[in-house]
Design a protein around this ligand. Structure first.
Ligand SMILES: Cc1cc2nc3c(=O)[nH]c(=O)nc-3n(C[C@H](O)[C@H](O)[C@H](O)COP(=O)(O)OP(=O)(O)OC[C@H]3O[C@@H](n4cnc5c(N)ncnc54)[C@H](O)[C@@H]3O)c2cc1C
Length: 382
C-alpha cells in the first residue's frame, strides 16, 4: 500500500517503524524541518516511553483505554519494542525508558530504522477521496495514496511542531473536534503573596484536590513552587483532572510531612517558643521556612496547622507553551477500534490528535505506541 503519514512525531514514527519491512511505500510529511522534535525532549530528555502499570484509570476515557490496553498490555508493548524493534528498555520503578536513557538517541534509532520518504517543511493543503485513492494536495503538488494518516498531535508546546494547524482542514471535512485546552501543565493560584521568594523550591508533599469541598484527587510527590503558582508532576496530574471536570476553581492542599506530622507537631510545640526558624530549617530550606513563618503570621494560622495543611486556590493553568499535552481533539466517536475514520475509510487518526489523554508517567507515549501498533496490525490482517 502507498501510505501518507502527516506528522513525523511520536505516533507517526511509531507507525512507520511498525510498518517497516511489511512491503508498504511510506511517506511522512512534517511542517517542521526535522522528525520527532517533541519525542526527543520527552521525560526530561530521557523519554519515559511506557509504564509497567498501564491501568485505564490513568486515562481520560476509561472504556476506550481498557479495550486498547487489554490487547496492548505493558508486556506486549515491551515485547514489540525489545524483540521486534531490537531496542532494549530500562525499568526505573514503574517508569520505562529506552536503555540509552536518551530521547535523542531513541529518536535517532527510530529514524535510522525506518525506510520511508520524509518530506520536511511541508505544507498540507487539502485532500480528496476519489475512486483511485486519497488525493493529497501538498507543497503545490497533488499525489495519490491508498491511505492517509493524521498524526499531527494537539497544540501543546507548539515550538516542537504541534500547533493545531491541521484542525481547520479536518473541520472542513466534517470532523467533530473537541476544543483543545492545555493539559499536564503548571497551575495558577490566588495566594501569590510570598511565592516569588520560594520560586524554584521543591517540596515533597501529599497533594489533595478539592472541588466544592469534595476530595477528587490525591497523590504523593514533589511540588515545585513558581512565582504565580505550582508545578511538578502531581500538580500536572491534578490540573488535567480539573480541566476534564471543567472546574474553574478548586482547593489544593499540600501536606508536607504527612507520615510523621504528629511527632513533628509535638516537637514544634516544644520548639516554637525558643526558635521556630531553627525548627523549620530542620525540615525545609531557609526560604521555605521563612515563607511558612510569614504565612502563619499573615493568616494568623498556627505553624503546626500550616505544617499539616498549606492551602492554595486554583484559578487556572498555564498556556499551551508550557503544557505537556493538550486535552481535546478529534472525537473518539469519529473513529473505529482500529483508528480509521468511520466516514472516510482510508483516513486514520493516531496519537494526541485524538480526544484522549493520560496522566504523567509514560501514559501518553504508551498510547501513541499502542494506537500505531493497532493500526499496523489492522493493515497486516487486510
Ligand atoms: C516536554 C514534554 C515532555 C513529555 N514527556 C513525556 C514522557 O516522558 N512520556 C510520555 O508518555 N509523554 C510525554 N509527553 C507527551 C508526549 O510527548 C506526546 O503525547 C506525544 O509526543 C504525542 O505524539 P504525537 O505524535 O501524537 O504528536 P507530536 O509528538 O506532537 O507530533 C506531531 C507532529 O506533527 C507535526 N505537525 C503538526 N501539524 C502539522 C501540519 N499541519 N502539517 C504537517 N505536520 C504537522 C509536528 O511538527 C510534529 O512533528 C511530553 C510532552 C512534552 C511537551
Amino acid at each position: 500500500m502507498k501510505i501518507a503519514i502527516i506528522g513525523a512525531g511520536a505516533a507517526g514514527l511509531f507507525l512507520a517503524r511498525a510498518l517497516e519491512g511489511k512491503g508498504h511505500s511510506l511517506t511522512l510529511f512534517d511542517h517542521k524541518e526535522q522528525a520527532g522534535k517533541k519525542l526527543m525532549a520527552t521525560g526530561n530528555g530521557r523519554c519515559n516511553l511506557l509504564n509497567t502499570n498501564l491501568s485505564s484509570s490513568f486515562y481520560s476515557n476509561k472504556e476506550f483505554a481498557e479495550t486498547l490496553f487489554r490487547e496492548y498490555t505493558y508486556q506486549e508493548l515491551k515485547r514489540v519494542v525489545e524483540e521486534e524493534w531490537l531496542c532494549p528498555l530500562m525499568e526505573i520503578g514503574d517508569y520505562v525508558y529506552p536503555a540509552s536513557l536518551s530521547g535523542i538517541a531513541f529518536g535517532h534509532y527510530l529514524k535510522a530504522s525506518i525506510h520511508a520518504n520524509f518530506v520536511f517543511s511541508s505544507k498540507i493543503g487539502d485532500y480528496a477521496i476519489k475512486e483511485d485513492g486519497v488525493h493529497l494536495f501538498h507543497d503545490a503538488k497533488e499525489e495519490v495514496f491508498d491511505e492517509l494518516v493524521f498524526a499531527t498531535g494537539g497544540m501543546s508546546t507548539p515550538k516542537f511542531g504541534s500547533d493545531g494547524s491541521i484542525f481547520p482542514l479536518l473541520q472542513k471535512h466534517g470532523y467533530a473536534i473537541k476544543p483543545l485546552e492545555a493539559g499536564l501543565t503548571p497551575i495558577k493560584v490566588k495566594e501569590t503573596s510570598g511565592l516569588k521568594g520560594i520560586s524554584g523550591v521543591r517540596l515533597k508533599a501529599l497533594c489533595e484536590v478539592y472541588v466544592s469541598n469534595q476530595k477528587i484527587y490525591e497523590e504523593n510527590g514533589e511540588v515545585l513552587f513558581r512565582k504565580d503558582g505550582l508545578s511538578g508532576i502531581v500538580i500536572f496530574n491534578a490540573e488535567s483532572i480539573l480541566v476534564h471536570l471543567g472546574a474553574k476553581e478548586a482547593k489544593i492542599v499540600l501536606r508536607p510531612i504527612p507520615s510523621f506530622q504528629k511527632d513533628r507537631a509535638t516537637a514544634l510545640m516544644k520548639w516554637k517558643e525558643i526558635a521556630p526558624t531553627a525548627y523549620l530549617e530542620s525540615l525545609f530550606v531557609p526560604s521555605f521556612a521563612n515563607y511558612l513563618l510569614e504565612r502563619s503570621r499573615e493568616e494568623k494560622v498556627p505553624l503546626s496547622s500550616l505544617l499539616n495543611e498549606i492551602s492554595f486556590t486554583y484559578i487556572g493553568h498555564s498556556s499551551f507553551e508550557d503544557s505537556t499535552i493538550s486535552i481535546g481533539g478529534v472525537s473518539l466517536d469519529e473513529i473505529e477500534d482500529d483508528f480509521s475514520s468511520k466516514r472516510e475509510k482510508s483516513v486514520h487518526f493516531l496519537g494526541e490528535i485524538l480526544d484522549f489523554d493520560g496522566l504523567c508517567g509514560g501514559y501518553n507515549l504508551s498510547f501513541c505506541l499502542a494506537s500505531a501498533l493497532k493500526k499496523a496490525k489492522s493493515w497486516a490482517k487486510d
